[in-house]
Write a protein of this length. Structure first.
Length: 633
């Protein structure tokens, strides 16, 4: 964590100095805002937390509830989400309070007596070591609390505007604030009073029954029927031995339970499968009582028993796999003629089975994808065309995940005798570990993702997938660190320069690259606003092939040691050597002739290039930076 470079900070350095619109942020929702986010669930809160880092952008988030979410809803946090929390600065704290999944146990009917269940397998939750981050279970309410804290401590000093319900919107396409939104006060002295706000952009993060979705003419399409689960968060006494382990339990009667131990050492959640909901159900399944859920759980767990002593929350969670055909307000025949003004994120545009624990996680990644793009466009860093990439990227990903989720849910719902081989379910779980961990996302080529022309130079940093961190050693303080963990959610592009074999200071391709990126007129850094730190938009780091003891930081090119803050101090923390015990060049298949890896602000690899391909790098950034020009051919 870097601070003190603007002068001594005596308090909590996580509280950033107020800046821009945060200096005298009005408590009341203003009549005009840059971005209006509707809904303070995971999708809306992440989008808001990301935008809170852009001091020039007025963002407000309205929520119809009167205050914070207290209990219930989702609880599964994939490793990709924890990686995202790291970028927002609260991974360590949430890991400390969460339940950590390390193994999954599978229980099935005892072949000798199918009325009893027996444990048939255990698998590691992340057998392939997909991420250095754990798979967690913690209540959605706590996740939202952490994002609220990030916003409150950000330069913009944001907090949700509770007690305001979205009613309708109209996009006029005219003026600086072309979206007119009608809201209704749902709480406080103004309850029942309507309120009109004008916005440049609106983000609908208002859940599965989204009104924003409706207002832009989208419908969720997909499964005809919903699947229902009786969900309970309970404190209970039981002789079931795996009560503190995640379990998929199938009974001889065909009933099944997904058991999720919860944070705090005692609480656990059970999803009791209530099956497909008939089309003519007319809400009958939702009348399932907690007593019925507990009775069914006891039946499935036989010969074990469950004595529920306290019910923290219970619900009948009814959901189908559904998806909208677009995630913004641009109709298919308008594509290319105008850019979007209204976006939908999270459950508003895709819903998933609870069994694969996707809902909250995918929704947060929608917000991560969209937040920085809005920030860049509104701060004039990028053209509006950037905003069209949100729907183009996320709609495809949501569809892939839903297809995968369907396969997984179908397998989970199979009766034991229907499996081709007895370990089909466990094998599938292990083979597709990337899916439950949240790393399946792979964006295709676009203005933000280069074609994989030079992928062979960095086989472990797949273009279009998230940047997978690896250990390195920071030269200045000899600290062993994870390279990816220094990519905070500050809206900056990352340019990782993996050096050729020459030592720092010697004439080499990396020295030539450093000279170009620091000084060439077609370098993306030339777009940095005058007066801002040289690394304000682009964080350029170098990783040498040698270990830190062989590197003299004094000879490292200035491009990798920018001067920052009002005192023009040297930032020494962008220079790394390899960790001899875990060489990043080996781990990530990096070419020893050197390679440049470009990473987006939401942590996806955008490009891989040789050190000499400066014109190609300039051409990649040119459409993203209005002021940068590609090199003359
Ligand atoms: P949400 O978390 O639904 O957030 C939407 C927010 O928008 C809410 O805070 C809502 O109050 C607000 N809102 C809605 N309409 C308006 C409006 N017109 N104006 C202003 N604000 C509005 N997932 C699981 O995996 N397991 C579960 O057991 C489970 N249970 C759930 C129970 C409930 C009651 C709900 C609603 C969801 C549940 N989910 C569950 C789904 C999971 O919570 C979502 O997938 C995830 O939260 C999606 O995040 P989101 O931000 O898109 O939407």
């Amino acid at each position: 964590m870097q601070f003190h470079h603007h002068g001594y900070v005596s308090g909590d350095p996580r509280v950033q100095p107020a800046a821009g619109v945060g200096v005298d942020r009005p408590a009341e929702l203003p009549d005009e805002v840059d971005v209006l986010i509707v809904g303070s669930g995971p999708a809306g809160m992440l989008t808001a937390a990301q935008l809170s880092q852009f001091p020039g952008v007025t963002t407000r988030i309205v929520e119809r509830r009167g205050g914070r979410l207290a209990i219930g809803q989702a609880d599964g946090i994939q490793a990709r989400s924890v990686e995202t929390f790291q970028a927002f600065g609260f991974a360590e704290r949430i890991i400390a309070e969460a339940y950590r999944i390390t193994e999954v146990a599978f229980w099935k009917p005892d072949p000798a007596d199918p009325s009893r269940i027996v444990r048939t397998a255990r698998t590691l939750d992340d057998p392939a070591g997909i991420s250095e981050f754990p798979h967690l279970i913690v209540n959605q309410a706590r996740v939202l609390d952490y994002f609220a804290e990030v916003m409150a401590n950000a330069p913009t000093r944001m907090s949700p505007d509770y007690g305001l319900e979205f009613r309708s919107l109209e996009v006029s396409g005219e003026g600086d604030y072309p979206v007119t939104v009608t809201l209704l006060h749902t709480a406080g002295p103004d309850a029942g009073r309507e309120r009109v706000v004008r916005a440049k952009y609106v983000v609908g993060a208002d859940g599965a029954r989204s009104k924003v979705r409706e207002s832009i003419g989208c419908t969720l399409a997909g499964d005809r029927a919903n699947h229902a689960w009786g969900v309970m968060d309970v404190l209970a006494v039981t002789d079931f031995p795996d009560i503190r382990t995640k379990c998929a339990i199938q009974s001889g009667t065909g009933g099944s339970i997904l058991l999720i131990p919860r944070e705090g050492g005692h609480l656990f959640r059970m999803y009791v499968d209530l099956g497909e909901v008939p089309q003519d159900d007319a809400g009958a399944v939702r009348k399932t009582t907690i007593e019925q859920i507990v009775a069914q759980a006891n039946e499935i767990l036989h010969p074990y028993t469950l004595d529920v002593r306290n019910v923290a929350w219970h619900s009948v969670y009814e959901v189908g796999h559904r998806l909208t055909d677009r995630f913004d307000d641009v109709l298919p025949d308008q594509r290319g003629t105008r850019t979007p003004r209204v976006f939908i994120t999270g459950d508003a545009c895709h819903t998933h089975s609870a069994k694969a624990g996707q809902g909250m996680n995918v929704s947060m990644q929608d917000g991560f994808n969209l937040g920085w793009k809005l920030g860049h466009v509104l701060e004039g860093r990028s053209p509006e065309s950037l905003l069209s990439t949100y729907s183009a990227e996320r709609q495809v990903i949501a569809k892939d995940l839903i297809d995968f989720d369907k396969e997984w849910s179908t397998l989970m719902a199979k009766k034991p005798e229907e499996f081709d081989n007895p370990s089909e379910l466990e094998d599938f779980y292990v083979r597709t570990a990337e899916f439950p961990a949240g790393f399946m996302t792979h964006y295709g080529p676009s203005m933000l993702i280069a074609a994989p022309a030079h992928q062979d130079l960095a086989t472990g940093f797949t273009i279009g997938k998230r940047f997978k961190s690896a250990p390195v050693v920071r030269v200045c303080d000899t600290n062993p660190v994870q390279l990816g963990h220094h990519a905070t959610a500050d809206g900056r592009w990352r340019i990782y320069v993996f050096a050729d074999a020459a030592l720092a200071g010697a004439p080499s391709p990396v020295a030539d690259f450093a000279e170009w990126i620091a000084n060439a007129p077609d370098s993306p850094l030339a777009a940095t606003p005058s007066g801002a730190d040289r690394d304000a938009w682009f964080d350029v780091k170098v990783i040498y092939q040698q270990d830190h003891t062989s590197l003299d930081i004094g000879t490292v090119p200035a491009a990798f040691k920018p001067q920052v803050g009002p005192f023009r101090l040297t930032d020494y923390e962008k220079v790394y050597g390899t960790d001899p015990a875990a060489d990043i060049f080996e781990l990530r298949g990096l070419d020893r002739g050197g390679v440049v890896v470009v990473v987006r602000p939401d942590q996806y690899v955008a490009n891989v290039l040789p050190l000499t391909a400066t014109a190609e790098l300039a051409a990649f950034f040119a459409p993203l930076l209005p002021v940068a020009k590609p090199a003359e051919a």
